[in-house]
Design a protein around this ligand. Structure first.
Ligand code: DX5
Ligand code: ZN
Length: 218
């Protein structure tokens, strides 16, 4: 299995101190920062877009921005996110009719490409070709749209199914993940762990990051 990567979701951070919050997470052991981009169409909420990501990438040198694009027409934002310093562009399979071309477009801008599936999308919707073309597969363990929701355990078998077909790919879980729910995710084979509330809401985020990482590495 690929290495453990912890990607705190900044949605749960203090947006007024965003760059400082990102630096705090990196200092606490996080490899990536998970940036939830919502457009008010694919999901009901609006969060942040390229101008904010650009400030973060300038303010936090070397940051790996794991951009979770909860947007309709994900093709439209590839250039803006690349220009803003995005490292990985993860689009929702439900939002595009031509995922393979989109992956080419993302790679053409030197970003890693991720494919996300919402709780009602089966893992088999990620075909062998598509999974091989992508760098990362994201299994949502809540309905996309907001932080702080309850982990949906019935999504976990999708992680196992994808891990069997794609032993070398990064497989991310996102939504309601924390010390209580990481065990089943790690057992199923996910190695990239997103956590918002569990990390930012903790009095000692560093300790939560190390618990999550240790569980994946067990
Ligand atoms: C939900 C977002 C998640 C969310 C995770 O739409 O994609 O990244 O912020 O937050 P927690 O860990 O609080 O569920
Ligand atoms: Zn997310």
């Amino acid at each position: 299995m690929p290495r453990a990567i912890i990607s705190p979701s900044v949605l749960a951070s203090d947006f007024g101190q965003l760059t400082a919050e990102c630096k705090r997470m990196i200092k606490g052991g996080a490899e990536w920062l998970h940036m939830d981009v919502m457009d008010g169409h694919f999901v009901p909420n609006i969060t942040m877009g390229a101008p904010i990501l650009s400030c973060v990438s300038k303010g936090v040198p070397g940051i790996f921005m794991d951009c979770h694009m909860m947007v309709a027409e994900p093709e439209k934002w590839v250039d803006d996110i690349a220009d803003a310093g995005g490292s990985l562009y993860c689009f929702h399979l439900e939002a595009t009719s031509d995922p393979l071309s989109l992956i080419d477009q993302i790679h053409g801008r030197n970003m890693k490409a991720g494919v996300a599936i919402s709780p009602d999308t089966p893992s088999t919707a990620i075909t062998d070709d598509l999974g091989e073309a992508a760098d990362m597969l994201l299994v949502m363990t809540v309905y996309p749209g907001r932080g702080g929701q309850k982990f949906i355990e019935r999504c976990v078998p999708k992680v196992s199914e994808l891990r069997t077909r794609f032993p070398d790919k990064d497989i991310e879980v996102d939504g309601g993940v924390g010390p209580k729910t990481i065990g089943v995710c790690a057992d199923a084979g996910s190695n990239v762990i997103v956590a918002g509330t569990a990390i930012f809401g903790a009095s000692n985020p560093e300790q939560v990051i190390s618990v999550l990482k240790a569980t994946v590495n067990e």
